[in-house]
Design a protein around this ligand. Structure first.
Ligand code: UD2
Ligand code: MN
Length: 570
């Protein structure tokens, strides 16, 4: 993903003209068609004017044009830097040294530059930014970047919502600072509301046609707003997300790239995942700058028509603090007749912190609410992988179920079949999923702990005391004879290696593909797991080459160490 930083300055008329004619798409309708330079262009230049013009570019300034900041600190300054990271999980020491008005490198598809908009006919928007204990410079860089990239005639206001922060800089100093800024308003929650109710509180005082939500540590790329608003004008039931570029939490380098963006999915623990655009979606699109349909959204950055947001039932206000609302909203959009899209011409940077800066203990209850309301019988697939979720007190969801009724929303099966056909839906046959326990080595289970959450392949399967929490000890035996580790997406399949004798995980075959023979096991009546190509059986072994107990391929015998069974819970 990391692209070399380049500062490309191209004259407007230079690049892309010929290619534009070829790639120009149906998306480029009467309101953003390409025109010959002329009066209308000049007029547009005027209409495009942001709320504030940027300060003159100082290329020597730290972090300018999205460059990485690398300071060689020592002594006291180094300690200050480390403390700032501890406090915010973001290097705010560096952030504080970067201009609040810095420019970003051009990281969109060059075709995007050629899109023209009829500014007078685009809907207006209000930008809502909820924050909880955010650092000064990340918050204010977000605000300035909105004001300096959003056309004045399109931006009604920026509403900051303080979700009951307790840091001093967010009290009077913030009020004072923004009182000097046009179009910026601040509203404070009187108790910790969590991001869902904080955003709704902010939305309640807005006046724009479209609501645009941003996190409080973002930076907007030039031209980010128009594509979102244009798409919503064209299709009011579209909820449109910008491409989320990464701003490095440590160096503040802007890591956007102009290639095909990723879209959102989820795994069966209800964790949000990123994916490449699938082939069927590539085929449906007529141009690389057409919107991309996405099964889910990351959650923080999107635009939605105010009316449509209300029609859809805004948010589930029973959700606290953080988590789950993004999948809930994604399911609801699709199941209730809308569409969720990423616009490749809208880029916004987001600082992903080193780790969560505040407790997210409510995330589980939020996910359960989403599952209970939207997933029908598929909620069981989720519960199987998160047994403790069944015990979570998630409150009352009857109002949300009523909403689903009233809106006449479609089933989760419809959603999977039509919106997310790429996801593997586990079979979960009784007695064929859960912990894979050994009869000889008491209370030990198949266990797989990926070093990298995103690369679920390559490592060895081990044996570990059974914990009954699903997650790393969740396996499923499929009708095709695979032992699937399918809490995560894409799933990993157990592979037997005759030479090392140990089992590892490799990518499972995709639907319709042939299953590699070394991924095939026969789970026999007597509890043995027979590996077909090696003609050996899986045995629990204590003395492995690295000292960790692990399943290993051994000549078949009657030993209890070769007898296995699935158990759903302890
Ligand atoms: C992602 C989303 C985030 C949200 C979350 C799931 C992106 C880039 N970010 O996590 O928007 O959908 O997934 O819930 O898509 N906040 C409050 N009150 C709280 C907690 C958070 O106002 O109690 C604010 C927070 O200051 C920030 C926003 O809500 O502006 C999202 O929180 P985050 O940045 O900690 O979430 P993130 O980016 O890890
Ligand atoms: Mn965030």
């Amino acid at each position: 993903m990391r692209t070399k930083l380049e500062v490309v300055k191209r004259k407007r008329d230079e690049a892309g003209k010929g290619s534009l004619l070829q790639h120009n798409s149906a998306d480029v309708s009467a309101t953003n068609r390409r025109e010959a330079p002329g009066e209308r262009d000049l007029d547009n230049k005027e209409l495009k004017k942001p709320v504030y013009e940027r300060l003159p570019l100082d290329l020597n300034a730290l972090g300018e044009m999205g460059r990485a900041v690398k300071l060689n600190l020592n002594g006291e300054e180094k300690i200050k830097e480390e403390e700032s990271i501890k406090k915010h999980q973001i290097n705010t020491y560096v952030s504080d040294k970067v201009s609040l008005h810095r420019r970003l490198p051009e990281r969109w598809n060059p075709l995007c530059r050629e899109l023209k908009y009829d500014y007078r006919s685009l809907p207006t928007t209000s930008v809502v930014i909820a924050f909880y204990n955010e650092a000064w410079s990340t918050l204010l860089r977000t605000v300035h970047s909105v004001l300096e990239t959003s056309p004045n005639i399109l931006l009604k206001e920026v509403v900051l919502v303080d979700d009951y922060s307790d840091r001093a800089h967010l009290k009077e100093p913030l009020e004072k600072y923004i009182s000097g800024l046009r179009k910026v308003r601040l509203i404070r929650a009187t108790k910790r509301e969590g991001l869902v109710r904080a955003r709704l509180l902010g939305a309640s005082i807005t006046t724009g046609d479209v609501l645009t939500f941003l996190d409080c540590h973002c930076e907007c790329h030039e031209g980010w707003l128009e594509p979102l608003l244009h798409r919503i004008k064209e299709e009011p039931s579209a909820v449109v997300c910008p491409v989320i570029d990464v701003i490095d939490w440590n160096t503040f380098e802007y890591l956007g790239n102009s290639g095909e963006p990723q879209i959102g999915g989820f795994d069966w623990r209800l964790v949000f995942t990123w994916h490449a655009v699938p082939d069927y979606e590539q085929k449906r699109r007529r141009s690389p700058i057409d919107v991309i349909r996405s099964p889910t959204m990351a959650g923080g950055l999107f635009a939605v028509s105010r009316n449509y947001f209300h029609y859809l039932g805004t948010y589930d206000t029973g959700m606290e603090v953080w988590g789950g609302e993004n999948l809930e909203f994604s399911f609801r959009i699709w199941q209730c007749g809308g569409s969720l899209e990423v616009h490749p011409c809208s880029h916004v940077g987001h600082v992903f912190p080193k780790k969560a800066p505040y407790s997210r203990s409510k995330a589980l209850a939020n996910s359960v609410r989403a599952a209970e309301v939207w997933m029908d019988e598929y909620k069981e697939v989720y519960y199987h992988r998160n047994p403790h979720a069944r015990l979570e007190a998630f409150g009352d969801v009857s109002e949300r179920k009523k909403l689903r009724e009233e809106l006449g929303c479609k089933s989760f099966k419809w959603y999977l079949d039509n919106v997310y056909p790429d996801i593997h839906v586990p079979e979960d046959r009784p007695g064929m999923f859960g912990m894979l326990k050994n009869r000889g080595k008491n209370q030990h289970c198949f266990d797989y702990n990926p070093v990298d959450e995103h690369v679920v392949v390559g490592q060895r399967v081990i044996l570990y005391p059974c914990h009954g929490m699903g997650q790393n000890q969740f396996f499923e035996y499929s009708t095709d004879g695979e032992i699937r580790y399918n809490t995560r997406e894409p799933a990993g399949c157990v592979v037997g290696d005759n030479i090392s004798t140990y089992l590892t995980l490799q990518a499972c075959k995709k639907r319709g593909q042939h299953i590699p023979p070394d991924q095939k096991f026969v789970f026999r009546e007597d509890g043995s797991l027979y590996h077909v190509v090696s003609q050996k059986c899986v045995q629990a072994v204590d003395k492995t080459d690295n000292g960790t107990p692990a399943p290993s391929l051994q000549p078949c015998s009657d030993s209890l160490h070769q007898k296995w069974f699935f158990e759903e819970r302890m």
